[in-house]
Design a protein around this ligand. Structure first.
Ligand code: ATP
Ligand code: MG
Length: 426
């Protein structure tokens, strides 16, 4: 036997059964964001490497060590998208969607990061994300967060996720804070690890995000970002909190929450769960008022978030909140004899047409009655609809129950349709 070729490490297949869960999740996401008036945008999976370097920032985990970057056949430097926000802004600028306009957009699809694969962390993973453009006030920050809260509600997991919130202030406030933080870190270089030392000057805020417990311990006494916030950012944050309070959305302010990407200002937030172990952040986002301009557009305020779908699915499964999954077929149509076999797809079409929502799988591959019923049993159909020569002539079909002890019945096609409709709607 030839040697099998394996999937790339960290890139997973999604098999039937799981795809049903994914479809359900995707459906709820689409319905919910549509109910808020958001529209879908689709963009490429491959972009110029510069797009991510310029937006996410050179001194970030993603750009430093996680990107799938390669030269294509023309020698152009390309990258498999590690996230959607930069791409959305690129597409918005390029297609004239942003300047002087308001947009509420969403996207969904695969992202690529060369990380160490583990539960909840993969090299190809999927994000559902949403971006709003053109609105500077805190009402839109609140809307975006309320929308996520609505999603947890729709998934039935509100009790199992919590919101962490912070404000990074204006760029100027951050620059001031940066200096104060560097001065503090300089007094503790003996405790800092390699990563933190490297970042201390290039991206000191990222040191706050460290997982190293020794560094976390000294950071307790570090200067606080909140003490450096500019007055407008403070007001913006207070307004956001007031709106969340009014809507009954609970949160904790986490001053260490800085997010791993450079483009955020003011609001940043994460939804975290304790039910997934180390990979606990299900959804993360914030405001990024400078990015549109940074990528060559006209200055446009923006807020958005991205949600990791693998983590969401894992969470739904862990909490047994997946709910009912639709059967792939309600009816397995078995045909006895050549004539019936030729009529089978035609009868199936009538059934599908006249019984809205009915899923009919037609037997293929021939075989006797026993074989066909075995197949019917193996499918997840509720009933087998059987047609033979006699049935054809008389315009009737036989319905055989596959999942309950009930006598089979032979009915005129019209009556059979009514029965099947009742069956799937009960
Ligand atoms: P983390 O701290 O877990 O690495 P991040 O800050 O890098 O997350 P973002 O870039 O903000 O993550 O992406 C938003 C969401 O996408 C995350 O909260 C997470 O749910 C999901 N996500 C990020 N990286 C991965 C990955 N490698 N595999 C699966 N999901 C991921
Ligand atoms: Mg990461």
């Amino acid at each position: 036997m030839a040697k099998q070729i394996q999937a790339v490490r960290g890139m997973n297949d999604c098999l039937p059964g799981d795809t049903q869960v994914w479809q359900k999740v995707e459906h709820i996401l689409r319905e919910t964001v549509s109910s808020f008036g958001y529209q879908e945008i689709r963009f490429p999976i491959v972009e110029s490497t510069d797009l991510f370097k310029r937006s996410i920032g050179e001194v970030t985990d993603i750009v430093e060590k996680e990107m799938y970057t390669f030269a294509d056949r023309n020698g152009d430097n390309l990258t498999l998208r590690p996230e959607g926000t930069a791409v959305c802004v690129r597409a918005g600028n390029e297609n004239g969607l942003l300047y002087n306009q308001e947009q509420r957009l969403w996207y969904m699809g695969p992202m690529f990061r060369h990380e160490r694969p583990q539960k909840g962390r993969y090299r190809q993973f999927h994000q559902f994300g949403l971006e709003t453009f053109g609105i500077a006030s805190a009402d839109i920050d609140a809307e975006v967060i309320l929308l996520t809260a609505q999603l947890w509600e729709a998934f039935g997991i509100s009790e199992h996720v919590r919101l962490e919130l912070n404000s990074l202030g204006s760029n100027e406030a951050r620059a001031q804070y940066r200096d104060a933080l560097i001065a503090f870190l300089e007094q503790h270089t003996n405790v800092l690890d390699e990563d933190s030392k490297r970042r201390m000057y290039s991206n000191p805020l990222r040191v706050l995000d460290t997982k190293n417990p020794d560094i976390q311990a000294i950071l307790v006494d570090a200067p606080k970002l909140s003490e450096h916030l500019d007055i407008e950012s403070k007001e913006h944050f207070e307004n956001l909190c007031e709106r969340l309070d009014a809507a009954g959305v609970k949160y904790t302010v986490n001053e260490k929450l800085v997010r791993g990407l450079d483009y955020y200002n003011r609001t940043v937030f994460e939804w975290v769960t304790d039910s997934l172990g180390a990979q606990g952040t299900v959804c993360a986002g914030g405001r990024y008022d400078g990015l549109v301009e940074q990528l060559g557009g006209k200055s446009t305020p923006a807020v958005g978030f991205a949600m990791g779908l693998e983590r969401l699915v894992l969470l739904l499964q862990a909490l047994e909140c997946v709910g009912d999954i639709r059967r792939s077929a309600d009816v397995y149509l078995a045909a006895m004899g050549d004539k019936a076999s030729i009529q089978a797809p035609i009868i199936a079409s009538t059934l599908r047409h006249d019984v809205p929502g009915l899923r009919v799988m037609v037997h293929a591959g021939g075989g006797n009655f026993k074989k066909q019923l075995k197949r019917a049993d193996k499918s997840d159909a509720l009933v087998a609809v059987i047609i033979g020569e006699d049935e054809l002539e008389q315009g009737v079909v036989t319905i055989k129950y596959l999942r309950e002890r009930k006598e089979q019945v032979t009915l005129e096609l019209e009556h059979a349709k009514a029965l099947l409709a009742e069956l799937i709607n009960s």
